[in-house]
Structures are given as structure tokens and as C-alpha cells.
Design a protein around this ligand. Structure first.
Ligand code: XIL
Length: 773
């Protein structure tokens, strides 16, 4: 061979070895798309791996590190395949390519683990394998191929029933395959001994060139989970209610985890990967890869996603807190963080926990000490919401906190703060109630509901954001039952208030919960147990959500459709009607106060009477108050309720010209002017007027002038005595309410029965209190 050719060849070999170009053993070819798994492997999502453009570096401290890429791409394999890695290590203490066919099922690292390590160790090439039932691996060593120095191009191949190992295309040896990749999956990772550093300069997958096997790249975050149609999300989703869980993308590769998540929940919140330390690990250097995986999973499975969180006193990286920044610099850091992170996810997240836990958890419930409070001052909360709103004007912006779920000093502090923010025009849309509860510390239904309601009165949404109820472990049956009752109370209090639109648990399964780590001795806090089986608290929540999607039923026992305030099944055009039943509405809602007309759809519910839409005053799962359309002619009529597209049973009723029904309070007293003496005028309120001289369109409030007066003969008796009628007209500003004003006849003081007749029809009897003259 001419000398220059030989030089060229040597130089070429050196170059290819230094750059670690992958080429499989002979007769095999690289898998399309998997030629460069350093670039295509989404390694920046994997902690403990430092991902450069051309190489991965993994450094171990005092113990082994074994980063496995469970959230990014893995291989799906049928038949023969191989993985190639060109590796070098600081020492020969142990540095391996790790391939896992089945991930650990816990609690020990080796439980269920099917794993093959191929790498440098003990002065040669070493292979270790685990089959799921012992901590001790099978092991085999091979001498380093002669002349090897620098990066070593290794290849681990499954060929038939054997695992075969190559260095630089030359076979080192083989073992019988104990079925390590029988799952058809191959997760890629590395294993590095203490104090060692592994550099991976090439990573690829290969297969036989003859096309006898199938090898593709797939990703846990893109899997589509099968749906049952009867899971929590199906029941809740029928009414637009959101049930969610806090999620870690690194666990999406656990099949039970991903299946439960996609099957049961329609809302995801990242447990950690959107926090400051995860998204901005170094100054102005952002990392979105892990959060992007959750967005991808949510989109692939028709789920929504919350953002958690932009500003918190915890999980701030030390580059911030130790950075000796001036207040201006700190403000700039926070501003850049909020606009970058919220801006990046604009349109992808339904809402953001903008400020997390900003109020201290002990008296006097002032602002929680934090880096941001120290640096920016007490205006930082308002400021954060303004910046977040600029960055993502479509996301709903929440203040999120714990310990202020029921009524009490902390919830008062939260209430007052958010009320103040609204008053200052700060763009806040909601309050997140975390609810990390204990059996003894849970708020009652009433207290929680009242707090949700008062926030609603401010115009704020509420989400139950981080529900868990921790129990001493192992959990007793009695405690699991008590836990179920708390879950039920929380869910019921949320569902009872139209402004409470989501409930999330802080995790999915007790196998992966923050509780055991943060509250030693406690656990079992979530709705699925260690094996992802539903617990009693799941059934409790399921039972509450079930009516949301099951059939809409008007009661058929004679109480189904009644004139409002009375007991009569007779209605009249324009009167208010009570419709009783089950699943009539998903939530409780009232028509907006002060509007000129009632809505025809309220919280997704509609009523039709003889095909005409009936305006709605109030809807709840068991009761609707609606107006009978004026165009309904007297005679037999049929009412139908539709709840979010689900059509209920037709219910028969009767409409007559007039059907007076006096409104009463709980004690049977007419809603009227209080205790009036004989000779004075009194007004009682009722529904069910006859024709009006100044007709009012269905659903609209009665005019002040000219008033709409009753045209049929109207008479009032009080205590059996005829009373002089002054007027009978529709109450201005109200829909379907008639007011009848009369003079009190001479009667002794005390309660007397009042009755109104319109035309031929008589009202119910109500009590009226006559006072001393
Ligand atoms: C917790 C996570 O669950 C842990 O994994 C992490 O180590 C610390 O933070 N309130 C919150 C959540 O708002 O962000 C916290 O999450 C739990 C308490």
C-alpha cells in the first residue's frame, strides 16, 4: 500500500473514532430517525445528564447515578435490534450504557426491573443484567479489544434468543437473553460509578439490513390513552367540570401512571416542572423540555393544563438567592421569568398560579417572607399579576394558597387581599385552594362552601388545586373511610358553587406522592393506591360526579312541574314554574342580577315548554325555576329539560288562563309588607297572572311605566273578609311576579289567611300579619 494511502487510512480511523461515528456490525444498518440519539433523544429533560450538541456527559458524585430517559423517546422493537454507544470514562470504575426493557415497579430499585448494562469496568468491557427479582445482577466481563484507546464504540444487540456484544464491530461475546426486552420497549440510559464521569459521543439504534425486524422511536408523552367512558373525566366532562392531578413527566413511562392519568383526568398540573428552578436553572437560561412533554401528553389526550407557578418563596434556584442582586436586578429577573415562561405557554394553559403561598400561615397572616418580598417590596404580588397578564392575556390568573380553604383567619386574609387587588384593577381571575388536609384538619362542607361562595361573590373562580388527605401509614380501613368522607365534602362543596370549576389532587397514586417525603409516617393521601387501584375516596368522588352525566329526569310523582311558590300543578302563561327532578343541571346557577331579560340557557341547562324556550331564573341539579312562555296557550303542555345536550323525559303539565300563587316564606307567611294595621294598604307578591293590558315579552322584566296590569277580575280576601283592591300589576323590574295591593279590612291583630283570585282561579292560602290599629 502506498505510504500516503496508509496515512490517510490511519488519519481517517482516528477521526472517526474521535467523533464516535456509529456503524453497526456487519449486515446491520442504522434505524432511520435513530441515527443520532444524542440529538433526537430529548436528553435535556433528563436530570443528571448534561446534554451538549455532540455529546452527553454524566458525572457521579459519591454514589452511582443511573439516569434513564423515561420521558423522551424510547425504542419500540420487534425482532432483532441493537443500540450503539461510543463511550469514554474518566476511570474504569464503571461507566455503562443502560438499556431497560421494564422499569422498576418499586419499592426496591430492582423490583420488576429488566435491565442490561454494557460498558467499561474493572479494566475491561463489562456486562451486567437484572431480571426483576434480585438486586444482584448477572455479570460477564470481556477483555478490552487490543489497541483500544480513547472512546470505545460499543454495541449491544438482541439476535434471536441471545444478547450479543460488539466493540468496534467485533464480537466480544454473547449470553442467553433472559427476556430483557420482551416488553418490546427499550429505554435508554446510563450508569456511572461514584466519582466517575462518562462521556457519550455517539448513540444510535440499528437493525438487520434485510428488514426482518421492526424498530421505531416512540415517546411516552405522545401516547394516547384508551378511554372507558365511565371514568371521573367522563362524568365530570359532561358538564365541563375539570378533574385533575399533579403530574411528573418522568413518570409517563410508567404504564399504570400514564393509563390512570389519561383515563381518569381531564386536567394536568405539573407538580414541579413549571416552577422557577425547573424552568430557569441558570440566569436567563430557560428549560421547557419537561413541561413541553406534559403539554404534548395533554394535547394527545384531550386534556387541559394549569400552570403552577410563576412566583413562590420556594424552589427558587440558588443563582437567584445567592446572586447578590440589587432590588432592580431582582425585579428584572422576576419580570423576565414571568414574561418568558407565561409568554411561551400562551394559549396552551388555561390558567396560571401567578403567586403561590404569598400569605404567611400563622397569625397575623401578613405577607409570607420571601426573596421577592424582600427585594421588590409588598407590591410584588400585584406586579406579578400585571406582568403575567401582559405575557398571556388569555390565561386565567390565580392566587394559590393553603390553610385558607374554609372560613377562618387565613381565608379572611386571602379574601381581603384578593378583594383589594380587584379594587386596584389587578387582573386576578381566581383563587386556588390547595387543600393538603389531615383527617382532623379538614374544613366542613359548610365552611368550605361559604368561602368558595364569598370568593364567587367577588367574581372570582375557585379551583381546588392540590387536594390530598394524608393518613398515618399503613392506613386503617376506618381512616380510609374517613378520608373518603372528606374527599366527598370537598367535591360536593366545589360542585355546589358555580364558580368552583376544577378539582385537582396533588398526584395520582400513593406510589408517587410528596407526602411520605415531606410528612414522614404519613401517606395514602390520594385516590389511587400503590398499585393504582381506586380507593374508597375515589368511589366517593365518582358517586358525586356520576349524576352529572346520567339521565336528566323530571320527577314523575306529581311534584315534577309546579307553579312556583304554590303546590298546584296548574300554570299560566308568564308564570314562574318549579321543575323538580334529578340531573336537571350540573351546577347551581342563578340568572345574572339586574339584567333586563332572563337567559334561555343557564349553566348549560335549557327548558322547553311545548317546544318554546322557557327563560331561566335558577338552575340546580334538583330544581329549576323558569318562566312559562307567554305564547303557550292554555291546555295540556309538555316540559323538557336539556342539561348540556342531554335531553330528559317529557313531563306533562297543564296551563290555564290564570293560576295565582302567593309566594310564602318558610313559616307560610305571604311575602308582603310586614304587619299592617286595618285601613292601611298592603302588597302581596304572587305569580300566575292572567292576560295583561300592557303585554310583556317572555323573559323580560316588567316595565315601570306604563305598568302591566291584570285584565281579569282580581279579588283579595283577608281573614275571610273581602279586601278593597287597589291594584294588580306586574312588579316593575321583575319577571313573572305580580303584586296585588289592597286595603286591610277591619280585623283583630294577629295572623289572618290571605287569598287572591284572578278570574275563576284561586290562589293558595298564605298567612298575613295584621297589626294593632
Ligand atoms: C411540592 C412537590 O410536590 C414536591 O415534589 C416538591 O419537592 C416540593 O413542592 N404547595 C405547593 C406545591 O404549591 O408546589 C408543593 O409541591 C406542595 C405544597
Amino acid at each position: 500500500m502506498p505510504r500516503f494511502l496508509r496515512l490517510l487510512l490511519v488519519a481517517g480511523l482516528a477521526i472517526s473514532s474521535a467523533h464516535g461515528a456509529s456503524s453497526p456490525h456487519s449486515g446491520w444498518t442504522l434505524v432511520p430517525g435513530a441515527e443520532d440519539l444524542i440529538a433526537a433523544g430529548a436528553w435535556s429533560c433528563v436530570s443528571q445528564v448534561s446534554a451538549g450538541a455532540n455529546a452527553l456527559t454524566i458525572s457521579a458524585g459519591s454514589s452511582y447515578v443511573t439516569p434513564v430517559n423515561t420521558s423522551g423517546p424510547r425504542l419500540a422493537v420487534q425482532g432483532d435490534f441493537s443500540v450503539l454507544a461510543t463511550i469514554s470514562a474518566a476511570t474504569d470504575a464503571g461507566a455503562f450504557l443502560t438499556l431497560e426493557g421494564a422499569l422498576s415497579t418499586g419499592p426496591n430499585f430492582w423490583n420488576g426491573l429488566k435491565r442490561l448494562d454494557l460498558g467499561i469496568g474493572g479494566g475491561g468491557i463489562q456486562v451486567n443484567w437484572w431480571t426483576g427479582d434480585s438486586a444482584t445482577p448477572g455479570a460477564q466481563s470481556f477483555p478490552l479489544p487490543s489497541g483500544t484507546s480513547g472512546p470505545i464504540p460499543l454495541e449491544a444487540a438482541r439476535i434471536g434468543t441471545q444478547l450479543v456484544f460488539f466493540a468496534g464491530g467485533t464480537e466480544l461475546g454473547r449470553i442467553d437473553d433472559p427476556g430483557i426486552f420482551a416488553s418490546g420497549r427499550v429505554y435508554l440510559g446510563f450508569n456511572v460509578a461514584p466519582q466517575n464521569t462518562l462521556t457519550v459521543s455517539a448513540l444510535a439504534a440499528a437493525m438487520p439490513s434485510d428488514g426482518s425486524s421492526t424498530v421505531t422511536l416512540s415517546s411516552a408523552s405522545l401516547q394516547t390513552i384508551p378511554r372507558t367512558g365511565t371514568a371521573l373525566r367522563d362524568l365530570a366532562g359532561a358538564s365541563g367540570f375539570l378533574v385533575g392531578a399533579a403530574v411528573n413527566p418522568s413518570l409517563l413511562s410508567n404504564s399504570a401512571y400514564a393509563q390512570t392519568l389519561g383515563r381518569e383526568f381531564n386536567l394536568i398540573v405539573p407538580e414541579n416542572v413549571l416552577k422557577f428552578d425547573a424552568t430557569e436553572p441558570a440566569p436567563f437560561q430557560y428549560s421547557f423540555c419537561a413541561a413541553d412533554q406534559l403539554v404534548a401528553f395533554a394535547q394527545a389526550n384531550g386534556m387541559k393544563m394549569r400552570g403552577h407557578n410563576l412566583v413562590w418563596h420556594q424552589q427558587i434556584p440558588s443563582w437567584v438567592t445567592n446572586g447578590n442582586y440589587t432590588p432592580d436586578q431582582a425585579a428584572n429577573i422576576l419580570h423576565d421569568h414571568i414574561v418568558t415562561v407565561a409568554g411561551r405557554y400562551q394559549g396552551k394553559l388555561i390558567d396560571w398560579d401567578v403567586v403561590n403561598e404569598g400569605i404567611a400561615n400563622s397569625p397575623p397572616y401578613g405577607l409570607q417572607p420571601s426573596y421577592w418580598l424582600t427585594q421588590l417590596g409588598s407590591g410584588y404580588i400585584d406586579q406579578a399579576f400585571l406582568w403575567a397578564h401582559d405575557a398571556d392575556p388569555t390565561a386565567k390568573l390565580f392566587y394559590n394558597d393553603y390553610g385558607g380553604e374554609g372560613l377562618g383567619a387565613k381565608s379572611d386574609a386571602i379574601y381581603n387581599m384578593v378583594k383589594g387587588m380587584l379594587g386596584r384593577g389587578v387582573p386576578i381571575d381566581g383563587v386556588g385552594l390547595e387543600m393538603h388536609l389531615t383527617l382532623n384538619g379538614a374544613p366542613s362542607f359548610d365552611s368550605l362552601s361559604a368561602n368558595i361562595q364569598r370568593l364567587g361573590a367577588l367574581g372570582l373562580q375557585v379551583h381546588i388545586t392540590e387536594l390530598d388527605v394524608r393518613l398515618p401509614v399503613p392506613a386503617s380501613d376506618a381512616n380510609l373511610a374517613a378520608q373518603a368522607q372528606i374527599y366527598q365534602n370537598v367535591a360536593a362543596a366545589c360542585l355546589a358553587n358555580a364558580n368552583c370549576t376544577a378539582m385537582l389532587t396533588w398526584g395520582i397514586s400513593d406510589a408517587y406522592s410528596w407526602i411520605p417525603g415531606s410528612f414522614p409516617g404519613f401517606g395514602a393521601a390520594l385516590m389511587f393506591d400503590q398499585l393504582f387501584l381506586p380507593k374508597p375516596n375515589y368511589s366517593a368522588v365518582w358517586g358525586l360526579l356520576a349524576p352529572l352525566s346520567s339521565s336528566v329526569q323530571i320527577a314523575t310523582d306529581g311534584t315534577g312541574v309546579l307553579i312556583h311558590g304554590g303546590t298546584s300543578t296548574n300554570l299560566s302563561p308568564g308564570s314562574l314554574v318549579d321543575i323538580s327532578g334529578a340531573n336537571l343541571a350540573t351546577i347551581t346557577a342563578s340568572a345574572p342580577a339586574g339584567a333586563a331579560a332572563l337567559p334561555l340557557t343557564l349553566a348549560g341547562t335549557q327548558v322547553s315548554i311545548n317546544g318554546a324556550a322557557a327563560p331561566l331564573l335558577y338552575v340546580s341539579p334538583s330544581l329549576i325555576v323558569a318562566q312559562v312562555p307567554y305564547e303557550i296557550a292554555p291546555g295540556a303542555a309538555t316540559a323538557v329539560v336539556t342539561n348540556n345536550g342531554t335531553v330528559g323525559n317529557p313531563a306533562s303539565t297543564a296551563v290555564q288562563v290564570a293560576a295565582p300563587s302567593i309566594f310564602t316564606d318558610a313559616s307560610g307567611h305571604a311575602l308582603a309588607t310586614n304587619c299592617t294595621a286595618p285601613g292601611n294598604f298592603a302588597t302581596v307578591y304572587l305569580t300566575g297572572s292572567g292576560p295583561l293590558d300592557n303585554p310583556i315579552p317572555t323573559g323580560t322584566v316588567a316595565p315601570l311605566s306604563p305598568p302591566s296590569s291584570e285584565t281579569l277580575t282580581t279579588a283579595v280576601t283577608l281573614g275571610g273578609q273581602p279586601a278593597m283592591l287597589m291594584s294588580a300589576l306586574m312588579t316593575p323590574g321583575m319577571v313573572g311576579v305580580l303584586q296585588v295591593t289592597f286595603a286591610i279590612p277591619p280585623l283583630p291583630a294577629g295572623d289572618a289567611q290571605v287569598m287572591v283570585s284572578i278570574g275563576d282561579a284561586q290562589s293558595n292560602q298564605a298567612l298575613f300579619c295584621v297589626s294593632q290599629q
